[in-house]
Design a protein around this ligand. Sequence first.
Ligand SMILES: NC(=O)c1ccc[n+]([C@@H]2O[C@H](COP(=O)([O-])OP(=O)(O)OC[C@H]3O[C@@H](n4cnc5c(N)ncnc54)[C@H](OP(=O)(O)O)[C@@H]3O)[C@@H](O)[C@H]2O)c1
Length: 332
Amino acid sequence: MQRRQLGDHDGGLEVSAQGLGCMGMSYAYGPADDQESIRVIHRALDSGVTLLDTADVYGPWTNEKLVGRAIADRREQVVLATKFGNEVDENGARTGRINGRPEYVRRCVDGSLRRLGIDHIDLCYQHRVDRDVPVAETFGALAELVQQGKVRHLGISEAAPETIRAAHAVHPITAVQTEYSLFSREPEDNGVLATARELGIGFVAYSPLGRGFLAGTIRSPQDLPEDDFRRTAPRFQGANFDRNLVVVDKVREIAERKGVTASQLALAWVLAQGADVVPIPGTKRLNYLEDNIGASDVQLSDEELAAIEAVAPVGVAVGERYPEQAMNTVHL
Ligand SMILES: NC(=O)c1ccc[n+]([C@@H]2O[C@H](COP(=O)([O-])OP(=O)(O)OC[C@H]3O[C@@H](n4cnc5c(N)ncnc54)[C@H](OP(=O)(O)O)[C@@H]3O)[C@@H](O)[C@H]2O)c1
């Protein structure tokens, strides 16, 4: 697997061209099998994937513990990224609030280190920006954690350009993480990608398969488990779902003509957006992992990129990507 460099601070952070999103192994997307998930992580590492993405809120806590178990003997092969900020109380329950207070940041990082069984976090993101705490305060606390050696690189997720600038002024940011796929091209329009590029910050594209929609295997909302987060996302509901599925099938036709899978085409499109962009597709299944890794060898010609653009221009997906309350926490 080829490598990419995230950011230019302190020499940047070298990672595999695509990472592995571990969220769905414990959270949001229905039942999962820990043993199989660990096999997926090991196969990813064997295949040259180095960047593993988790967060304290996934579970909460269980995803970090799972990732920690999986990497216990392979720490040196891993660039470990985790996140804090979707508040989790001391009993491990999600409160629904966002918390960027310095004392909370310190507690979170210590908790993540413990659960992951590691002595430093390679890339620590503020998961969501706290409207009530200036981002400079949050990043001031993070900068101290860098000085203490508990964290190597800093990141921020779902932040507006002015927030990214304010945080970067306190301590250089290595990666901005935002949803980015053929179904979520907002970063091209809202200044987030441009700001990251201007400041020398890498861009980590989360949900690069549109939360699985672009793979083409989800044919109806009823295909999703009862408690699956996606059932609450407007994009996956009712008439929105049907309209979005039409786009998915057009993308799939382009993939079929090229002899690749729909997932590979969707990931290759993200990879083609620039050497500073690193997608982190998520899966808990070996066969999906293998499929996604294959995307790293898929080159898209200008004609193919134009054909994709024609069926999936900016804003093509209908329906918000999060339910209303969660939408309020993105792009402050
Ligand atoms: N910063 C943030 O706020 C934020 C938000 C969301 C996610 N993330 C991170 O980004 C990572 C990736 O995002 P995501 O998991 O939400 O979305 P995604 O990568 O776009 O899609 C994941 C879904 O697609 C399915 N899938 C994966 N590969 C497939 C393939 N080759 N064929 C068919 N289906 C396939 C998975 O199924 P299975 O589950 O059955 O394997 C899963 O349901 C997460 O794991 C998490 O680490 C960050």
